[in-house]
Design a protein around this ligand. Structure first.
Ligand code: XMP
Length: 544
């Protein structure tokens, strides 16, 4: 499908996915492979360039991840980053040693602009360093083309062999001209034309799905989240009513969410598909009655989903294809692609395929990063409120109600959460107006412009995830002249890049006060509103 490809070889560094994303931002298709991938396989893919990532160890440590010398003899340009740079040196006969001090953080660096890597950037700028070891001797044929106060070889190259090494991380935003440097490598040195685009992804996938599915039947479990919604839209465009979407409303969705999903995909919506909405609220509440332990709640909700889906699938009968909304980070994180085998098991609804009668699984979004899925969603004409949904846990409000779940508590947390989201959105829009940024819904904008607007022009305090949770605490209050004994709502808002660590967001006091007073006035059963300041760790983002 892709004529041009750059390969990222993963040595377990924390930014490996970011490297691939940055390459794709140069409109060049990119995939991540483990350093264990045999050389012949890499060569057979005929990449236009190869990038070696950072890694957690020292290249000279026993059993450290390595690569063969032949990788550098394929005639394909190679760029080593941090660990990758040191590995390149070591394998080709240079020397890497422990430095007296770790170089970490933003570092002023001087560049030799005669290097093709640094074309068009200033002679001096800030880069992001994170290393204990340094290149004490370059391999033969290399020349140093950048340095810092502590690091004589911050970058080096052997142009004749097409080998390049950067001690710093161009992929992180803290490196001022990182994007330019990667662009210079991918588009300049590797000579990629840059014809990978989201619209071409959507069009080629539609063709690919059509030729694979033929006149077969496709079944999809639609959760209303970004991935499954984009997949539903893509399949709908490709095979129309050969697609059946089963949407299980477990009664633990956000306010009006079930109706919103049904409005887009159900009757009268934009797509001509078979849409089955299962209203399983009562069933779920019954199963969850009296259950307080978070992991048990998760398990019950996950298992019940499989039961409900299975019953619906039986009614539909055998299908040819089961579609799944797997995306690239899922592939990498489950250890199938790259090195970092962090499996967040509680994030997957496991075991689904065993219960459904189908011949084959299709995963059309398997190559995309989350941002790219969102862009594809815009390309497919999905509304922005669906495309830019915040992450929402599979067990839904079930884990945002501390202790046992009841229909009444669901109502309280849904109402409070809707007010919170409304007020944050209002404040963000006001901030944009004050700062002269057009509204994202404005007509005449391209998909990329709409994406940039919705994503990258928010106020500096904008949380990456925010929601209301119902604490199980009741306390005494006074409303009018009456004593109350009602629940406390906790507001959570975090800033995070990877959801592995997070900090409480600095939402303006005024906004929080408006939210508080609206919740107290409008949501029956609440007499107290708390703001959660805990970072992760020691907290987690969700409270259960
Ligand atoms: P935590 O609470 O682990 O959350 O800090 C990190 C991210 O994962 C989401 N999350 C879940 N997603 N099923 C999911 O699909 C779950 O059980 C679950 N628990 C947490 C959470 O919303 C946050 O984005």
């Amino acid at each position: 499908m892709q004529a041009e490809k750059v390969i990222v070889i993963d040595f377990g560094g924390q930014y490996n996915q970011l490297v691939a994303r940055r390459v794709r931002e140069c409109n060049v298709y990119c995939e991540i492979y483990s350093y264990r991938t045999p050389l012949e396989e890499i060569a057979a893919m005929k990449p236009k360039g190869i990038i070696l990532t950072g890694g957690p160890n020292s290249v000279y440590a026993e059993g450290a991840a390595t690569c063969s010398k032949e990788l550098f003899e394929l005639g394909i340009p190679v760029l080593g980053l941090c660990y990758g740079a040191q590995l390149l040196m070591q394998v080709l006969g240079g020397r890497v040693e422990r430095a007296t001090a770790r170089e970490y953080g933003k570092t002023k660096t001087a560049f030799d602009l005669s290097s093709a890597m640094f074309s068009g950037i200033p002679e001096e700028s800030i880069v992001w360093m994170s290393h204990f070891d340094y290149i004490s001797k370059m391999a033969e044929g290399f020349r140093s083309v950048a340095h810092t106060d502590n690091c004589p070889v911050a970058a080096c190259e052997d142009v004749g062999r097409g080998l390049y090494a950067l001690q710093f991380h161009p992929e992180v935003l803290h490196t001022e001209y990182g994007k330019e440097i990667l662009w210079n490598f991918v588009r300049g040195i590797c000579g990629c034309a840059g014809d990978w685009r989201m619209d071409s992804f959507v069009e080629t996938q539609i063709e690919a799905i059509r030729s694979k599915v033929g006149d077969g039947k496709v079944l999809l479990a639609l959760s209303g989240g970004v991935d499954s919604s984009v997949l539903a839209a893509l399949l709908a465009r490709a095979v129309g009513n050969q697609l059946t979407c089963v949407f299980v409303d477990h009664g633990l969705l956000r306010k009006n969410e079930g109706d919103e999903v049904a409005a887009v995909f159900g009757e009268g919506g934009a797509f001509d598909i078979n849409f089955v909405r299962v209203n399983a609220q009562e069933r779920y509440y019954k199963k969850l009655e009296g259950v307080t332990e978070p992991e048990r709640k998760r398990k019950i909700i996950g298992e019940e989903f499989i039961r409900v889906f299975e019953e619906e699938a039986k009614k539909i009968g055998a299908v040819d294809f089961l579609a799944q909304g797997t995306i690239y980070p899922d592939v990498v994180e489950s250890g199938l692609g790259g090195e970092s085998a962090v499996i967040k098991s509680h994030h997957n609804v496991g075991g689904l395929p065993d219960f459904v009668d189908f011949k084959e699984i299709i995963e059309p979004l398997r190559d995309l990063f989350k941002d790219e899925v969102r862009k594809a969603g815009l390309e497919l004409g999905l509304p922005e409120y669906l495309v830019f949904r915040q992450p929402f846990p599979g067990p839904g409000l079930g884990i945002r109600i501390i202790g046992d779940v009841t229909a009444e508590k669901v109502r309280i947390v849904q109402d409070a959460d809707a007010i919170y989201r409304e007020e944050i959105a209002r404040a963000a829009e006001e901030w944009k107006k004050e700062n002269g940024i057009v509204a994202s819904g404005e007509s005449g904008l391209s998909v990329s412009e709409r994406f940039e607007l919705a994503y990258n022009s928010n106020p500096p305090w904008m949380p990456d995830q925010y929601f209301a949770a119902l604490t199980n605490m009741q306390s005494v209050g006074v409303m009018g002249d009456e004593r109350t004994y009602d629940y406390a709502i906790a507001l959570r808002a975090v800033r995070t890049v990877d959801f592995m660590t997070a900090e409480a967001a600095n939402v303006p006091w005024q906004v929080l006060q408006t939210v508080m007073s609206r919740i107290i006035n409008e949501v029956r059963g609440v007499n107290r509103v708390l703001y959660d300041l805990t970072s992760k760790p020691p907290g987690t983002i969700e409270m259960e």
